[in-house]
Design a protein around this ligand. Structure first.
Ligand SMILES: Cc1ncc(COP(=O)(O)O)c(C=O)c1O
Length: 402
């Protein structure tokens, strides 16, 4: 595992991303609450695991329960597509509900639309699902080697799912070209020059996760987190949550670690270059953490991760596999959490960070000790059930022998 600490984090100097303010988050939450399928996802305290690892508390926000989609991604897409449709109707999202946007009246006004996107699976499944709710079509492009179950899950919603010959970043390019050629609306969870509004809505939609966590901590009388571990693909989810917290705590938020797979560590790489710009990593981006297999940072997320994160971590695949096994076989008294490759990497990371002597310097720099309460977001369940069982049952991707 490789670490970079962000010595430049300065709560007073960095400008807050006001578009991720608590008010903006409440707007997204109100719209999401107007969906009949909306329900708060569980926040699970793993007290025995915390004792075993050597911290005061571990809390896992389990997004595998979100909207029946086995991942958090529906939060972003509902809010983004809701806004897109409102724009076409000339209304604002605060004045409407998800159910109205699904109605035959709106469907008639809009005519036929096609939404398209590129995805590792979870975002595309959410686009397909929301498009269907609105009675519209979706065409979803996936990178080569995408797991069969993730492709099927998209097709089951009636969308077209096309597995390309490309990695994730090149698949995004293809989706852009197809959208321009066919007059389709692209709904991408990353931004580029001239394309920021939809990715901003997507990120605003994700902030519901921490809005709910705040309420749950109060109701369950849990201790406030001192640390959060956020996994990054293009960095949208991590940037959204960190941006929300930066606003809420005015930059004096809990210690934040951003974690990525070794072969797709574009946020880590950008931090290591250190010129304040986002930098792409190239290659096949091969990793079991399919949701994190992205080579090009989301630029609107990167600036938040650059200014407000405390550390960037790059991990081998066995760290995620260890996290999956730890969550699947809980200590007595703790609850089981079904967590996929991209969901579990943070827990694997914490366990190694707390136990390996070589990380003692990082631990003390990040103030990770017996008083720490660490929050994790389980961003997906077993979205690739075949690989899930190979890892959890058969021990695939074991820890290297020391
Ligand atoms: C399960 C899961 N976790 C985390 C992420 C990372 O999100 P982002 O690409 O916004 O960084 C993704 C992205 O697809 C994902 O599917």
């Amino acid at each position: 595992m490789k670490f970079i600490c962000n010595d430049a984090r300065n709560p007073d100097a960095n400008e807050l991303p006001l578009w991720l303010s608590v008010n903006e988050s409440v707007k997204a939450l109100n719209f999401q609450k107007s969906m009949s399928g909306y329900a708060v996802t569980p926040l699970i305290a793993l007290n025995r695991l915390a004792e075993a690892v050597g911290v005061a508390g571990i809390a896992v926000k389990d997004e595998s329960y979100r909207l029946g989609l086995n991942a958090f991604k529906g939060l972003g897409v509902t809010y983004a597509l809701g806004n897109v449709i409102c724009g076409k109707l000339g209304i604002i999202i605060e004045d409407t509900t998800f159910d109205y946007l699904k109605s035959a009246e709106v469907r008639h006004k809009l005519g036929d639309l096609t939404f398209t996107t590129a995805t590792d699976g979870n975002h595309g499944r959410a686009v397909a699902w929301v498009a269907r709710q609105f009675g519209q079509k979706a065409v979803v492009y996936l990178p080569k080697g995408s797991a069969a179950r993730r492709v099927e899950a998209i097709r089951e919603t009636g969308a077209q799912a096309i597995v390309t010959e490309f990695n994730y970043d090149d698949t995004v390019q293809l989706a852009k070209e197809k959208a321009a050629e066919n007059g389709w609306e692209i709904v991408q969870d990353t931004a580029w020059d001239g394309y920021t509004r939809i990715p901003q809505w997507i990120m605003q939609g994700y902030t519901t996760i921490l809005g709910e966590v705040g309420e749950q901590i109060r109701h369950m009388e849990m201790p406030e987190p001192t640390h959060i571990v956020l996994q990054a693909g293009v960095g949208g989810m991590a940037g959204a949550l960190l941006g929300y917290w930066a606003n809420l705590y005015e930059g004096k938020h809990p210690v934040t670690l951003i974690v990525e797979p070794d072969n797709a560590a574009c946020i880590f790489h950008s931090a290591s270059v250190g010129d304040r710009e986002p930098h792409q990593v190239y290659g096949s981006l091969e990793t079991i953490m399919a949701g994190l297999a992205c080579g090009e940072p989301n630029p609107i997320a990167w600036s938040i991760l650059r200014d407000f994160a405390d550390a960037y971590v790059s991990c081998p695949d066995y760290v995620a596999a260890r996290g999956m096994r730890m969550l699947a076989s809980p200590l007595e008294g703790d609850q089981r959490v079904i967590s996929g490759e991209s969901g579990a990497v943070g827990i694997g990371l914490l366990s190694l960070l707390m136990s390996e002597p070589e990380f003692s310097g990082i631990r003390s720099k990040l103030k990770l000790d017996q008083d720490s309460v660490v929050l994790f977001i389980n961003t997906e369940g077993d979205t690739d059930p075949v690989l899930y069982r190979q890892i959890v049952w058969d021990g695939k991707y074991p820890m290297p022998q020391r």
